[in-house]
Every structure is written in C-alpha cells, then in structure tokens.
Unconditional design. Structure first.
Length: 80
C-alpha cells in the first residue's frame, strides 16, 4: 500500500472541498460522499460542479491479492 503522502502526488487534492457523507447512520465506515463547488459566476448565473467521492479500496487491497478477491465476492455497494 502507498504512503498517503505519496498518493497526493498521484491524485487531485480535493481537501479544500467540504464533503458530506452519504453513508447511513449505521455504517461501519464512512467512505462515500458528495460535495458542491461553484466554478464561476457570470452576472446573475452561477455554474456548479458536483463531486462524488468514493473511497479507493484498491490502495488497501491491491488487485489480485487474497484480500481483494474476498472483498470482490462480498461487495454490497451499488451506485446508480
């Protein structure tokens, strides 16, 4: 698994966004969220970007590993 500081160089840093969890109150892990960002304002009109944040389990369970295969068989999340 990668060191979190190494990952920052590989991915877009979104820590400036305020992220709201979409996980239920009984969840065992908070790993999914939404945020909104205003990207411009032209007179009376504003445009917004909606971000969907989904945890990257691959960082913790590399493809091909026993943990990855077990997790793949047990997956329960569905995104529509």
């Amino acid at each position: 698994s990668l060191d979190p500081d190494q990952v920052l160089g590989l991915r877009q840093d979104l820590r400036h966004l305020k992220v709201f969890t979409i996980d239920g109150p009984s969840t065992m892990e908070i790993d999914d969220g939404l945020s909104i960002e205003r990207i411009d304002k032209d007179g009376e009109t504003s445009r917004y970007r909606i971000w969907v944040h989904i945890a990257d389990a691959e960082r913790l369970a590399p493809p091909g590993s026993d943990l990855f295969e077990t997790a793949r068989k047990r997956i329960t999340s569905l995104y529509l």
